[in-house]
Design a protein around this ligand. Structure first.
Ligand code: NAI
Length: 251
């Protein structure tokens, strides 16, 4: 009988109530992990995700821009799960707009959520992981962090900095047994991309060698790999999962 890859591992996932985060929760659970996830406000959606895992995962509300709440959620998850082996920083937002008219709040909210949120969760989680003797962190970035994006100065800056944070933590925490990696998706079918106009989507499709957007599950499988011992010699890496979109560069 084969053991599941993540059997008895404990995992915290932020933004797990829908989209990529929900797929990550289901994937980690199906590989045997004990999972606690966070949602911002959509308690009904969170309940659906819990139900889809046979009631075997738990959830709590969290705004990752709230430092005190981040500490509390990490403590809560650690206590509930009996440890913290895996943290997936998935929560993220877009506030797209042309640079010249970008509002201070659109800048600040994106940086505070996509970058500050990861900083806060990681700092709290790392203390626990160091006490345990190790762990694995996976950050959900974006190819835009490397390529940049028109109308996405705030988002691209947040994800580019997230890649740098990932490498820095990997270098600093590697000696303590904590691996830190990121997944950089291209275009994924979720609420976030649902807002992309049909014409724009058609243009993007033409540039994807594999000819389609990713399903959230296809990002989740890369996250599960990085979180698992199959990736135990991988750290500080940003793994692109984009159907080849970035091969053709920024246009
Ligand atoms: P989504 O909008 O469907 O879900 C985002 C999740 O983050 C939700 O669960 C939401 O509640 C949570 N969240 C947002 N702000 C939060 C806050 N302040 N505190 C706590 N939670 C918060 O988005 P999607 O598409 O599932 O994106 C997930 C991650 O994947 C994000 O980091 C996004 O930047 C990244 N990504 C998505 C791509 C796509 O094509 N959909 C492409 C590349 C990266």
């Amino acid at each position: 009988m084969s053991m599941k890859r993540l059997e008895s591992r404990t995992a915290l996932v932020t933004g797990g109530s829908r989209g990529i985060g929900a797929a990550i929760v289901r994937r980690l659970w199906s590989e045997g992990a004990k999972v606690h996830f966070t949602y911002r406000a959509a308690e009904d959606q969170a309940r659906e995700v819990i139900a889809s895992c046979g009631g075997a995962v738990s959830a709590s509300a969290l705004d990752v821009t709230d430092a005190v709440a981040c500490e509390a959620v990490v403590d809560e998850a650690t206590e509930k799960l009996g440890g913290l082996d895996i943290v997936v920083n998935n929560a993220g937002i877009i506030r797209d707009g042309l640079f010249l008219s970008m509002e201070d709040t659109d800048w600040a909210e994106v940086i505070e959520t996509n970058l500050g949120g990861v900083f806060r969760i990681c700092r709290a989680a790392c203390r626990q992981m160091l006490m345990q003797g190790g762990g694995s962190i996976v950050n959900v970035s974006s190819i835009v962090g490397e390529l940049g994006g028109v109308g996405q100065a705030n988002y691209a800056a947040s994800k580019g900095a997230l890649n740098a944070l990932t490498r820095s933590l990997a270098a600093e925490l590697g000696p303590k047994g904590v691996r830190v990696n990121a997944v950089a998706p291209g275009m994924v079918r979720t609420d976030m991309t649902g807002a992309v106009r049909a014409v724009a989507a058609e243009k993007i499709l033409e540039r994807i060698p594999l000819g389609r957007f990713a399903e959230p599950e296809e990002i989740a499988s890369a996250v599960a790999f990085l979180a698992s011992d199959d990736a135990k010699y991988l750290t500080g890496q940003v793994v692109t999962v984009d159907g080849g979109l970035s091969l053709l560069g920024r246009r």
